[in-house]
Design a protein around this ligand. Sequence first.
Ligand code: G3P
Ligand code: CA
Length: 247
Amino acid sequence: MVIAHRGASYYAPENTMASFRLAHSMQADMIELDVLLTKDGVPVVFHDTDVRKLTNGNGPVSDFRFTELQKLDAGSRFSKTFEGEKIPALEEVLEWLPDEMLLNIEIKPEAVSETGKNGIEQKVIQLVDAENLMERVLLSSFSYIAVKRFKEIHSKLRTGLLYEKSQSAGKTPSVLMEEYRADFFHCSSREMSRNWQRQLLDKQLPFMIYTINRKRSMKNWIHKGAKGLFTDKPDLLREVYSETSEI
Ligand code: G3P
Ligand code: CA
């Protein structure tokens, strides 16, 4: 599966509509994006806790109201061509999502509250449900408590556990998946050991690897049985999959 990491983010500013539209044109199967909450509780698509590096603004996302955030330019830092790109509301992406595409919504741990009451998990699931996208969305997080909450809120939602060592207490991926009721295991290529890989394949538990931008590595992970690969270059991964299935 071709998963466009933050959109086609090698070619366009990450987590923007321009990047998502490009990923669609490059035949990505799924778009991965990151979600945080604004000061007034709106789920927005942005990776960093602070807007400084990727926009013309300064300060934490959680200090901006949604209307204030919308005034920032999220395109120029990438290239002048994308001047005026905005930080999208998650709702905008859900409304746009083309019928043939899947969406991986990563909830950033910074936005996850201790109690979870009326928290980001609930808000995101309500938006997904309102757009009738429950079957085309995968919710994932590095926050294990959030992963657990997804299923508690809606047992039919598909979920992905992003491996985070400090929360794992030395447990293997299959044990963690069972404990947090996750359907997919996600980790970086550096983290995935042969042992984990064997265990996951033996138990027929699907795993996905981030972030793979080189052809050789793409071929390698496809060969090793990864269900999906996160990439900033969905066009290249699509090409590799076509070549692979021709063999
Ligand atoms: O979901 C996979 C990957 O996006 C996790 O890392 O930091 O790019 O959000 P990051
Ligand atoms: Ca992410």
